[in-house]
Design a protein around this ligand. Structure first.
Ligand code: HEM
Length: 206
């Protein structure tokens, strides 16, 4: 439980910060939303996350682009022959994994899937409000059904709070000699191949 909840939340935060450094306009827009809800020095609490649709959109878009758990249903066997809607049969005794990464990068499902664009989840900007907790298989980054991640709500609020506090307190920029590299490596979770390096400038020093 502890293992599943620590690397996933830390990695999702790292991916989000990497994207915010690569997309300064997204970072500024997020900071403006945070300031409008709690001010530049106010304490951000759980309840404030619900008032920050752009923050939620940034987290969803990071989950879509860089799912920490890209393969669902690791190490599970089908107990019976299962006929799929396309006619294929998954025989009993098969290990069948769901490649969520492939689904969230499929251009027949997502417009410009390689573009980091949180507005795709902003209803006020023409986007869609997709449930990321297992209610929509286009974006089931916590799995779905009986084996859905039991820590999904805790994970979402933890990552949202971390990102919000980091962005509220600091301006984040790249290290020129060590630029952001979005290459991925799949270990137990989907990690950044090269650890993120960043320059954090406290806002009251800007
Ligand atoms: C952003 C954070 C998180 C992500 C992206 C994530 C993602 C996932 C995914 C994809 C699965 C597998 C679902 C499947 O195979 O169908 C899973 C399972 C699991 N997660 Fe999470 N998780 C996160 C946070 C957490 C937290 C905070 C906890 C605990 C406090 C946790 C505990 C678990 C456990 C125990 C399982 C195994 C459930 C089972 O096999 O029945 N996760 N998670």
């Amino acid at each position: 439980m502890t293992f599943r909840g620590t690397d996933t939340t830390a990695l999702l935060t790292e991916w989000a910060m990497a994207e915010l450094i690569l997309h300064p306009t997204v970072q500024s827009k997020l900071r403006a939303e945070i300031d409008s809800v709690v001010g530049s020095a106010g304490t951000i609490g759980d309840a404030d996350v619900a008032k920050m649709p752009y923050l939620q959109a940034v987290v969803k878009e990071t989950l879509r682009a860089h799912p920490p758990g890209p393969l669902l249903s690791w190490a599970r066997l089908s107990t019976d022959d299962i006929q799929l809607s396309n006619g294929m049969v998954v025989p009993a005794g098969t290990t069948a994994m769901v490649n969520m990464w492939a689904i969230t990068h499929d251009s027949s499902i997502w417009t410009n899937p390689d573009k980091f664009d949180p507005t795709r989840f902003m209803v006020s900007e023409g986007g869609v409000n997709i449930d990321v907790r297992g209610g929509d298989l286009k974006l089931a980054q916590f799995g779905a059904g009986r084996r859905v991640c039991p820590g999904k709500n805790l994970g979402l609020v933890t990552v949202s709070l971390w990102i919000a506090r980091l962005v509220q307190s600091f301006e984040w920029g790249p290290v020129d000699s060590d630029p952001v590299d979005l290459s991925e490596v799949l270990k137990l979770s989907l990690e950044m191949k090269k650890t993120l390096a960043a320059i954090a400038t406290a806002r009251n020093c800007v």
